[in-house]
Design a protein around this ligand. Structure first.
Ligand code: PEP
Ligand code: MG
Length: 575
């Protein structure tokens, strides 16, 4: 049956392909008594053999596509599977208690998991607990004859359908096969949406009901530019989507002509167009899209992609690679922003009711738990500074005291390295993200002490409007053009300029084609966005006159009461 759904357009592009359901299957079972315990043991052996073969395959694929280090987590799983003591206890449980293999497996693995989890100040033991959970689930699935989804093993063209995708699920998607993804929940600035843009995978989030409407094997037509999905489209509908895909490819080819062009407005004013990255690998996209700088390097992915804390040396190598890759152009590296939707299993953060308002980012760095981690990162950054044009940025700053404490730690590590004779650049700028309204309001005070601001609208909007950036039900309140947001942004830019500092923006609003004219008019100095938005923004800026945009910004700030009025005014000025 043909079904049409609408969601939030999260990453440009169009695709028509078979659906791949990335949803957890039902693994419920009942405990039953069995007479033939030998048969139960044979079922268990069969499930163990299948699990081993499957894990071996996943491990090999991970080693090929992600590297040996990432593949090692599967070695740990394979070790659990071949642990004679645990397997022996499961079989013993079957024979002694005459119960089915599912129940015996659960009892024994739960006992081990509980034991490891109880050693709660030991990260290694926590990981063992997580490994056993994972393996137990795989064996159980084989006992129940259900298939666990496995995004890393996709080997044909598909559209991935999921309730939600975490940033680490998204990182595993192979863009050669995954032509698009569609989720029930999420917003345009969820990290999975941001990653989809950097991977250039068309995506639609927040459809609310895609997993309920789609069965494995259904055909999906996806238009990530406007947020439309059709389940089992007619031939005509599919052809329409294919046409839209072609038109988008032509448009992209036009933008690509601007790759080496300067970013100047129609009246000749230059703006810096930068790109956001998550790993050194993303530099390819930065260069392909002609970005002039890296305006945000989200270093937390370095931590998330590693089974344990990355060492100072590992970090130094990553930062150096990015600085050298940018050959003297500015690189803004943000210190780790763990928390919110970016989890780090080995850090064992407590479960929180409101993770976006909780213990995250600089709050962790400045606490006892994060002290070592933060200093290690600062040292790695300072050492890497000799290889390029480094700017360091602290995330989630709410108070001046936080900035001063972080800056002091930075100065301490800097002095230690100088005493050790390490070469460090003299020109490192140290700035902050403005993503908490308190800092935006107090920008005049901050501006006296920082070297720069970068406005993180992804969070600034959610905190100002009290509307979760990942919640599709309140996405109507997530309003970048609301006059309240515009006032905050204007205050930040003016405060920076009053102290001779620069103000950039690294939230998704910087690449939002409706917002760009306003931001040009407000005098934002640097625009940092998903690399794939750089060329269309350069193309738009070429058509704008700064004097007209200044008038637009002034009128938007003075005359408009609502977001709708602002959008209408922008349309008048730009078209
Ligand atoms: C922001 O909040 O705007 C930002 C750029 O940071 P992140 O999206 O990583 O929270
Ligand atoms: Mg943020």
């Amino acid at each position: 049956m043909v079904e049409m759904l609408k969601g939030i357009a999260a990453s440009d592009g169009v695709a028509v392909a078979k659906a791949y359901l990335l949803v957890q299957p039902d693994l419920s079972f009942s405990k039953v008594s069995v007479e033939d315990t030998a048969a139960e043991e044979a079922r268990l052996d069969d499930a163990l053999a299948k699990s081993t073969a499957e894990l071996q395959q996943i491990r090999d694929k991970a080693a090929q596509t992600l590297g040996e280090a990432e593949a090692q987590v599967f070695d740990a799983h394979l070790m659990v599977l071949s642990d004679p003591e645990m397997i022996g206890q499961i079989k013993q449980n079957v024979t002694d208690n005459k119960v089915n293999a599912e129940a015996a497996l659960k009892e024994v693995t739960d006992m081990y998991i509980g034991m490891f989890e109880a050693m709660d100040d030991n990260a290694y033991m926590q990981e063992r607990a997580a490994d056993i959970k994972d393996v137990a689930k795989r064996i159980l699935a084989h006992l129940l004859n259900v298939t666990l989804p496995n995004p890393s093993m996709i080997n044909e063209e598909v559209v991935v359908v999921a309730h939600d995708l975490t940033p680490s699920d998204t990182a595993q998607l192979d863009r050669n096969f995954v032509k698009a993804f569609v989720t029930d929940i999420g917003g345009r600035t969820s990290h999975s949406a941001i990653m989809a843009r950097s991977l250039e995978i068309p995506a639609i989030v927040g459809t609310m009901e895609i997993t309920a409407k789609v069965k494995a094997g259904d055909i999906l037509a996806v238009n990530g530019i406007i947020g439309d999905v059709i389940v089992n489209p007619t031939d005509d509908q599919a052809a329409e989507f294919v046409e839209a895909g072609k038109a988008y490819a032509e448009q992209k080819a036009e933008w690509e002509k601007l790759k080496d062009a300067e970013t100047v407005t129609a009246d000749g004013k230059h703006f810096e167009l930068a790109a956001n990255i998550g790993t050194p690998k993303d530099l390819e996209g930065v260069h392909n899209n002609g970005a002039e700088a890296v305006g945000l390097y989200r270093t937390e992915f370095l931590y998330m992609d590693s089974p344990d804390f990355p060492t100072e040396e590992d970090q130094y190598k990553a930062y150096k690679a990015v600085l050298e890759g940018m050959a003297g152009k500015p690189v803004v590296v943000r210190t780790m922003d763990i928390g919110g939707d970016k989890e780090l299993p080995y850090l064992k953060l407590p479960h929180e009711m409101n993770p976006f308002l909780g213990y995250r980012a600089l709050r962790i760095s400045l606490s006892e738990l994060g002290d070592d981690m933060f200093r290690t990162q600062l040292r790695a950054l300072l050492r890497a500074s000799a290889h390029g044009n480094l700017r360091i940025m602290f995330p989630m700053v709410a108070t001046l005291k936080e900035f001063r404490t972080a800056k002091k730690m930075y100065e301490e590590e800097r002095q230690k390295l100088i005493d050790e004779g390490v070469e460090i650049s003299n020109e490192i700028q140290v700035g902050i993200m403005i993503e908490i309204p308190a800092a935006a309001v107090l920008a005049d005070k901050f501006a006296k002490e920082v070297d720069f601001f970068s406005i993180g609208t992804n969070d600034l909007i959610q905190y100002t409007m009290a509307a979760d950036r990942m919640n599709e039900r309140v996405s109507y309140l997530y309003q970048p053009y609301n006059p309240s947001i515009l006032r905050l942004i204007k205050n930040v830019i003016d405060s920076a300029h009053a102290e001779g500092k620069w103000a950039g923006m690294c939230g998704e609003m910087a690449g939002d084609q409706t917002a760009v004219p306003l931001l040009v008019g407000m005098g934002l100095d640097e625009f940092s966005m998903s690399a794939t938005s750089v060329l269309k923004t350069r193309s738009l800026m070429k058509r704008l006159s700064t004097t007209d945009m200044q008038e637009l910004a002034k009128r938007a700030l003075e005359d408009c009461d609502t977001m709708e009025e602002v959008v209408e005014l922008i349309e008048q000025y730009v078209n």
